[in-house]
Design a protein around this ligand. Structure first.
Ligand SMILES: Cc1cc2nc3c(=O)[nH]c(=O)nc-3n(C[C@H](O)[C@H](O)[C@H](O)COP(=O)(O)OP(=O)(O)OC[C@H]3O[C@@H](n4cnc5c(N)ncnc54)[C@H](O)[C@@H]3O)c2cc1C
Length: 507
């Protein structure tokens, strides 16, 4: 039987979640003499590997030491998006005056109720990742316990040896320890503990203005926390275009978040009036007193205790397991997928890599991860979504670029929705309609970026988007308007003159 796990708070919904993803009465199966595939880690990458391979007829063992569903279900996408949605409802209710809704101004959120809603939804969603489903419906041998390699062709879990012809390392990543003096003693939250809160911290410091930090800072502020967001870099969401990040920056400040960029946290001290975060900037010190500190700065790959040396697998404690473009490790029988080996730490990347892994590990495929087109989205308000190259990437590669931007204030639906903050932007290879990359800043940018992902993945140019009828009025019309803008750039004075002469002649 596995060690019992309690997901806090100890409520019926969390008990239901545990019963689904880490059943206390689970009995590991008897190991088969050998497996086509042994998968270590039951997060997105591991579950897609195991389900996909078993569905194709492979004999599969899956080893998970903690919770099936991994980060995404338990501590990541699912709970965060549940809380963000609730915070958005509070924000919208409070700001509905412009739509003729009276009485919203003083509305406050009920954080406890929002967290309870999230727990209920998470427990419901968890059935897709259920231990019993993998055993009973998919025919996977599920072992709950810590897996580790004991030789180049075997893994051990709870003293049981699993022999494989291929193995998949899908052990993911965790919140990195930020090594700030005094932080551990003062105590802090990470993505693994923040979703267990039942009461709203009155004052919250969020360390790191990457996607996780920005999303949660905004959500907590909307519920009424006094949020301080601290970032060492000079810009939030460092990899996004400066003007995209600035739009979000302005929105966060407007919502009352105290943003400190380009600062270092010297140390943290526990005092009677709270946890004191001491910021350093150019030799100046500033003290901020908070009730809780949430660390959202960086992820560390789960390479420890895996016995990678015993299997001849190369790794770096900061970067993760080293893989080739086809996801193969230094051991030709062992592959990896997901956060453990990817610099694009997203659920959809873990999923896409797992599919490549199945093809390459079990069917002698040669699919390459470098061929993937990976979009992403930060689920703030407005959302910032991106796919493909940024202008700087193209310039670094010596590719000349034409960049077109349509502000949402030019899009009727965005005007009617009162959501004009943002833009759609595309980078084209100069002199052609080849789409190199795109960024969308909009309330539902994550829903819109898929059109560009489809185009890039399938080699469709911007003119194909221009020929596609988009329903009016939608915010996605911004994308079609980019194609119109591109067509206008092709209307050179000579082309205009020739067309004018033709029309004159036809009159
Ligand atoms: C707060 C937050 C919000 C996020 N939001 C989004 C989002 O909106 N969209 C998005 O695409 N991504 C998001 N992510 C990222 C996403 O959760 C990860 O990219 C995804 O979970 C990676 O899946 P994985 O399978 O590689 O790893 P994981 O989900 O981390 O799974 C790895 C599993 O391996 C297990 N394991 C580790 N070592 C062993 C071992 N030795 N033996 C047995 N089992 C082991 C772990 O217990 C874990 O269950 C978010 C992450 C966080 C933290």
């Amino acid at each position: 039987m596995p060690d019992p796990v309690t997901i806090l708070p100890d409520t019926p919904e969390n008990r239901e979640l545990t019963a689904t993803v880490h059943p206390a009465d689970w009995v590991n199966p008897e190991a088969a003499p050998s497996y086509n595939l042994v998968v270590i880690g039951g997060g997105t990458a591991g579950l897609v590997c195991a389900a996909g391979a078993a569905g194709l007829g492979a004999k599969v063992a899956l080893v998970e030491r903690h919770l099936m569903g991994g980060d995404c279900l338990n501590y990541g996408c699912v709970p965060s998006k549940g809380v963000i949605r609730a915070a958005r409802a509070v924000f919208d209710a409070r700001n509905a005056g412009a739509f003729g809704v009276r009485g919203g101004e003083g509305i406050t959120g009920d954080f406890g109720a929002a967290m309870a809603r999230m727990r209920t939804l998470r427990a419901g969603i968890s059935r897709h990742d259920s231990a019993r489903r993998f055993r009973d419906e998919l025919g996977v041998d599920l072992f709950i316990g810590q897996g580790r390699f004991v030789s180049p062709e075997s893994v051990e879990v709870d003293g049981v040896r699993l022999n494989f012809s291929r193995a998949a390392i899908c052990t993911g990543a965790r919140a990195a320890d930020p090594a700030i003096p005094g932080l551990a003693e003062a105590g802090y939250l990470t993505s693994e503990t923040v979703f267990s809160l039942t009461e709203l911290p009155r004052r919250l410091a969020v360390i790191g203005a990457g996607p996780i930090g920005c999303e949660l800072a905004q959500a907590f502020a909307r519920f009424g926390s006094r949020v301080t967001l601290v970032e060492a870099a000079p810009q939030i969401l460092g990899r996004e275009d400066r003007d995209a990040a600035e739009l979000l920056h302005a929105a966060l400040v407007r919502e009352g978040i105290d943003l400190h960029l380009g600062v270092k946290i010297g140390r943290v001290v526990g005092r009677d009036d709270g946890k004191i975060v001491i910021l350093e900037r150019d030799g100046d010190l500033e003290e901020i007193a908070v009730d809780e500190i949430l660390v959202g700065a960086g992820r560390a790959p789960n390479v420890e205790g895996l016995g990678l040396e015993a299997a001849g697998i190369g790794y770096d404690p900061k970067v993760g397991v080293m893989v080739s473009d086809t996801l193969r490790t230094a051991n030709p029988a062992v592959y990896a997928a997901g956060d453990i080996c990817s610099s694009y730490r997203f659920t959809h990347t873990a999923d896409a890599q797992a599919r490549i892994l199945i093809a390459n590990a079990l069917f002698m495929g040669r699919q390459k991860t470098s061929a993937l087109t990976i979009p992403w989205c930060t689920y703030t308000d407005p959302e910032i979504a991106h796919v493909g190259m940024y202008e700087r990437d193209a310039l670094e590669k010596g590719v000349e670029v034409t960049t077109l931007t349509v502000p949402l204030s030019d899009v009727d639906r965005a005007v009617l929705d009162g959501e004009t903050e943002g833009f759609a932007r595309v980078h084209l290879k100069k002199g052609s309609d080849t789409i190199l990359g795109a960024t969308i800043v909009a309330r539902h940018a994550g829903e819109m970026i898929g059109e560009f992902s489809l185009a890039i993945t399938n080699g469709l140019g911007l003119s194909a988007i221009g020929r596609t009828i988009h329903p009016y009025p939608t915010q996605a019309e911004a994308i079609r308007k980019l194609a119109d803008a591109w067509n206008r750039t092709r209307l050179t004075p000579t082309v205009k003159k020739v067309m004018g002469a033709w029309l004159e002649w036809r009159r």
